[in-house]
Write a protein that binds this ligand. Structure first.
Ligand code: RIB
Length: 304
């Protein structure tokens, strides 16, 4: 699978020298159990896979780590269970420099995702939320942390009531709200009213329709190999994708969103170049992968 590169994507060296964003992510953290197989099994079929891999995932944690690796100061709000995955998930947040003191330890098991990837990089994912499902509202320290951040990032893998509460808290304190509405589900009106930036893929955009999208200040629709389109207060633009040989697109959208938020202060056009580079590089690895700042610079500045 190839994602197309265009030289128009190159930006001026040094253009990224803005202050780091302070980002808070309220979202899921899962252990991803990944199997690579020649093809995806059909109903009722047992087949031999080629290899197995386990790594941290969850749209929330993936986006948090993508933003941190891109240079942002990141706090993560979420929950892990009482199992051996919990320690590994916490450790992964820690080694990526993420503030995770407010992550809750709850009864039961940590979130898990079962992922099957075929030889074309196509995947199928089933997520079992478990500990993530315990976040149904916010504590006072969680609200305080949201109020102090520049950007709140949300997805839809936690109970929606928590995301609504977080968005309202952010909105009331001038913290920008980014929503990546995945997995797709109805967005309540009081969450919609708080969204500043919506990032979604084409099928998700079709599910929501133009009427809903038109009510949001900044909308970014990602189109895989065809790049992405942006619509905001100053008009529209199309940003081409970078060419890479994709191995697995799991988490590529998360890498895109994390890098976008981390570079948002550069302006949408520049931030979308970093985000596109992050999405493309993520797809070159098996499992949800988040590129480092150095890897991103090499792509954005054209030496990749
Ligand atoms: O977006 C990819 C992620 O979705 C995986 O890491 C998996 O955990 C699910 O949350």
């Amino acid at each position: 699978m190839f994602i197309v590169y265009s030289g128009e994507n190159r930006s001026a060296p040094g253009a990224e020298a803005a202050r780091p964003e302070s980002i808070i992510v309220l979202g899921s953290v899962n252990m991803d159990l990944i199997v690579v197989a020649r093809e995806l099994p059909r109903p009722g079929e047992t087949m031999l896979g080629q290899h197995f891999r386990m790594n941290r995932g969850g749209k929330g944690a993936n986006q948090a780590i993508a933003a941190a690796r891109c240079g942002a100061i990141v706090t993560f709000l979420g929950a892990v269970g009482q199992d051996h995955f919990a320690e590994q998930l916490r450790h992964d947040l820690f080694i990526n420099g993420i503030e995770a003191d407010l992550v809750r330890d709850v009864d039961g098991t940590s979130g898990v995702a079962i992922i099957v990837v075929d030889e074309h990089g196509e995947n199928r994912i089933i997520v079992v939320g478990d500990a993530n499902s315990a976040i149904t509202g916010l504590t006072t320290p969680e609200k305080d942390a949201i109020a102090k951040a520049d950007i709140l990032m949300l997805q839809l893998e936690l109970p929606i009531a928590a995301s609504v509460a977080a968005a309202r808290e952010a909105h009331a304190h001038g913290t920008m709200v980014f929503l990546n509405p995945s997995p797709v589900q109805p967005i309540p009106g009081d969450l919609l009213d708080c969204i500043d930036v919506l990032v979604l893929n084409e099928p998700e955009a079709q599910r929501y329709g133009d009427h809903l999208l038109d009510s949001i200040p900044h909308v970014i629709i990602t189109k895989g190999a065809a790049g992405c389109v942006y619509r905001g207060p100053e008009g529209q633009m199309k940003v081409p994708a970078f060419e890479v040989e994709a191995v697995d697109t799991t988490g590529a959208g998360d890498a895109f969103v994390g890098a976008l938020a981390a570079t948002w202060s550069l302006g949408p056009d520049e931030a979308l170049r970093w985000a596109s580079a992050a999405g493309a590089l993520s797809a070159t690895h098996l499992g949800a992968y988040q590129p480092t700042r150095e890897q991103l610079e090499a792509v954005v500045h054209g030496s990749f």
